[in-house]
Design a protein around this ligand. Structure first.
Ligand SMILES: [Mg+2]
Length: 404
């Protein structure tokens, strides 16, 4: 067949050759060397090695008339000589074409139990989906596996699995398959309780001795019970008179979320642009931008006059609508379509941004946010977001090992 012809799936006779056993160098070469004597063509090959055991499946065209018996005997003889199990199944044609409606389902478990795997698989089947492939993305810091599913639309699958995930306490992300998944090129993160484990205003409040009052207003705002802008003004007013030198102290007190550096470093290597938007303060986000090599950062600015905080903020207020507006602005500046953006956040004021992004990830979020987002990550490791993008731990570590 010439290379210019479209692929065909004629119902010609084919043989499926399956080899299973202890892995060692040379098995794949040995099998195909054995098959080569019968001048068969390769239609498909799949191979996996799990804990030192190889499963190798070769789908080949049938050999010349009258030689199939000899092929079978030769392959079995070769396999026995290596203490491998061989199975040869006659049939017709190629693999069944995958159904339309293809999605990637990433499951994060800490640990991943057999029970939750069964529940997820049953939900996929119950939604009309077929699991075509499964592979592990990571075993650290969480166990992450990816199911390639076909036969059902992404949205209903996401809805069904979100319900299941909440019930059984694992994290499940469902994204539609296709090239755009690999084209996601901008990640925008919230800062407080997302990129960092702190709420920055509470760090300032500790220096001002008004932690309790500020924490009370913050909690109510994050639960969606208070208008963000009003609560921002109320909290910042409590900081009036604080010496500006506190800014430097707060910068050193900020603690990055575990996995934050790995996430950002890996995204940057992949050519992503990365930004932060915060209802907190530029006095901290500008510093994070510089330290972490971020492309974008935007937040509210604490007004400082004569070396003291005035208790006011200046400039455009970054609130719930503002965060979504900034996501759009960053995407435009980065030249990335909104559909190819990822937003990560934990609070009610992140919801518009999460919904506007191509993929919205609720990170250890309040229940109201978790329910509204595409995807929830409830393990406390920010680099788990990489697995939602189909990036494996091995790829992350290989890139780290090659770092200058
Ligand atoms: Mg937050």
């Amino acid at each position: 067949m010439s290379a210019s012809q479209p692929p065909q799936t004629p119902e010609v006779p084919t043989l499926l050759v399956k080899i299973f056993g202890k892995d060692r160098p040379g098995i794949t070469a040995g099998l195909f060397d054995t098959l080569a004597a019968f001048s068969v063509d390769v239609v498909d090959i799949e191979q996996v090695v799990t804990r030192g055991r190889i499963t190798l499946c070769a789908l080949v065209t049938e050999p010349t008339a009258g030689t199939e018996g000899e092929l079978r005997a030769t392959v079995h003889g070769w396999a026995e000589s290596l203490k491998l199990q061989a199975e040869i199944i006659s049939g017709r044609g190629d693999n069944r074409p995958r159904g339309s409606g293809r999605s990637h389902v990433t499951v994060l478990g800490h640990p991943l139990t057999a029970e939750s795997t069964a529940a997820i698989a049953a939900r996929i089947t119950g939604t009309g989906g077929n699991i075509d492939r499964i592979h592990r993305l990571a075993k650290y810091p969480v166990t992450a596996v990816e199911f390639a599913v076909s036969g059902c639309e992404t949205e209903p699958l996401r809805t069904a699995l979100a319900t299941e995930a909440a019930e059984i306490g694992v994290d499940v992300a469902v994204v539609s398959a296709g090239l755009h998944r690999r084209a996601q090129r901008l990640v925008v993160m919230d800062v407080d309780s997302t990129l960092i484990t702190d709420e920055v205003i509470e760090l300032f409040a500790a220096h001002a001795g008004c932690e309790a009052q500020v924490a009370e207003v913050t909690a109510a705002a994050m639960r969606g019970e208070l208008d963000f802008e009003q609560s921002l003004h109320a909290r910042v007013a409590l900081l009036a008179g604080l010496d500006a030198s506190v800014v430097d102290k707060v910068r050193t007190e900020v603690r990055l979320t575990p996995g934050a550096r790995t996430l950002i470093r890996t995204l940057k290597r992949l050519g992503f642009q990365v930004g932060v938007v915060s209802g907190g303060f530029t006095q901290v986000t500008d510093d994070l931008k510089e330290r972490l090599g971020l492309d974008f950062a935007s937040a509210n600015t604490l007004e400082i006059v004569d070396g003291r905080l005035t208790g006011r903020v200046t400039g455009e207020i970054v609130d719930r609508a503002g965060k979504a507006r900034l996501l759009r602005r960053f995407a435009a500046e980065a030249g990335v379509p909104l559909a190819q953006t990822v937003a990560i956040g934990d609070g009610a004021n992140d919801l518009d941004m999460l919904n506007a992004a191509g993929l919205g990830v609720a990170f250890n979020a309040k229940p109201v946010v978790r329910k509204a987002a595409d995807t929830a990550v409830n393990v406390p490791f920010l680099d788990a977001v990489l697995y939602l993008l189909g990036i494996t731990r091995e790829e992350v570590e290989t890139a780290d090992a090659h770092e200058d």
